[in-house]
Design a protein around this ligand. Structure first.
Ligand code: ZN
Ligand code: ZN
Ligand code: ZN
Ligand code: ZN
Ligand code: ZN
Length: 317
């Protein structure tokens, strides 16, 4: 899953090692560039070499195969690097875990992603920030069919909620939290003109309102921590579970952060990799996540004349 891994990378630089291992796959003992003899320091005898699997190996050595790292190894490695790996990972994903739990309760999934993606770069909850500087919960009521959710705060011209990073970690900047004098409440995502999103017009072309700045539209000076693409090519989607099934997007328990990696999923939910109590309560308890046991497919009630694809009418709140 691109989302979570991209971010994990940034957290602990953890999967770099596993990637290297996976890509190389074999421990390279000595490699002569292009099969040529290597330059040796003066006075040194050339080492007798033999070729094995396309690589030159010094005589007397055997090649050691390295298996691609498993997810578990990534976790171990990251924990070894950072004593506080689990609490940091949990804190990092708390807003997204909250968003996933909200989606289960309300049936409204709010995801921020590039339109062609089959995953969300960010799961959005009602405490998520909009470009206008207000939280989603400070905007108008929304449904799973909403296309544009206007801001409800007096004097705000925002016509449509759009997720905007509110923590440096959201854009992969992890060094701030190590600075003693860093105040997370003052951090704002910025434009290339050096002014914050709140200094730009929330409506229209998002021009910069800062005096003397000629910036005509917000042009992010940061990249998405999940996909490394710019903020402005992402969109915020309001969807139902049925929408997501049709679009091939994760839903239900698969919408949880790290859904495919139980250790990390547990950390995101409980702060402990061996504590799956929250997950079990979510999937097995009463009021648990509906795991597609709702009628979908041939027996599903026809939606607005039978064509489920075009059944939804956009709602402009
Ligand atoms: Zn607003
Ligand atoms: Zn807004
Ligand atoms: Zn600007
Ligand atoms: Zn500006
Ligand atoms: Zn992205």
């Amino acid at each position: 899953m691109v989302t979570t891994f991209g971010t994990l990378n940034n957290t602990g630089q953890s999967s770099r090692t596993s990637r290297g291992g996976a890509a190389g796959n074999q421990a390279m003992v000595v490699r002569g560039r292009g099969g040529q003899a290597m330059q040796l320091p003066k006075g040194m005898q050339p080492i007798p070499m033999r070729e094995e699997g396309g690589m030159l190996i010094p005589e007397g050595y055997t090649m050691r195969k390295i298996e691609p790292a498993k997810n578990y190894d990534v976790v171990s490695f990251a924990k070894a690097m950072n004593q506080d790996f689990a609490p940091r990972l949990k804190k990092l994903f708390d807003p997204e875990t909250e968003a996933a739990l909200e989606a289960q309760k309300t049936g409204i999934y709010i995801g921020w992603r590039c339109p062609e993606f089959k995953h969300d770069c960010q799961r959005v909850n009602k405490m998520s920030k909009c470009f206008c500087g207000h939280l989603l919960g400070e905007h108008a009521q929304y449904t799973a069919k909403s296309l544009r959710v206007k801001c409800a705060q007096g004097g705000c011209k925002c016509q449509a909620f759009v997720w905007t990073p509110s923590r440096p970690e959201d854009v992969g900047e992890f060094w701030h939290q190590r600075r003693r004098d860093f105040d997370p409440s003052t951090w704002r995502a910025k434009c290339r003109c050096k002014h914050t999103h709140e200094e730009h017009d929330p409506a229209g072309s998002r021009r910069c309102k800062s005096r003397g700045c000629s910036c005509g539209h917000f042009d992010s000076n940061f990249l998405c921590a999940a996909c490394d693409k710019h903020w402005e090519i992402h969109e915020t989607f309001f969807e139902s579970e049925q929408d997501r099934i049709e679009k091939g997007l994760p839903y239900g328990e698969m919408y949880l952060p790290f859904a495919e990696m139980p250790d990390l999923r547990n950390i995101a939910l409980t702060g402990r990799e061996d504590d799956d109590s929250t997950y079990l309560a979510l999937t097995q308890g009463e009021g648990s996540i509906p795991q597609s046991n709702r009628p979908v497919g041939n027996n599903a009630p026809a939606n607005f004349g039978g064509n489920t694809k075009s059944g939804f009418k956009p709602v402009y709140d």
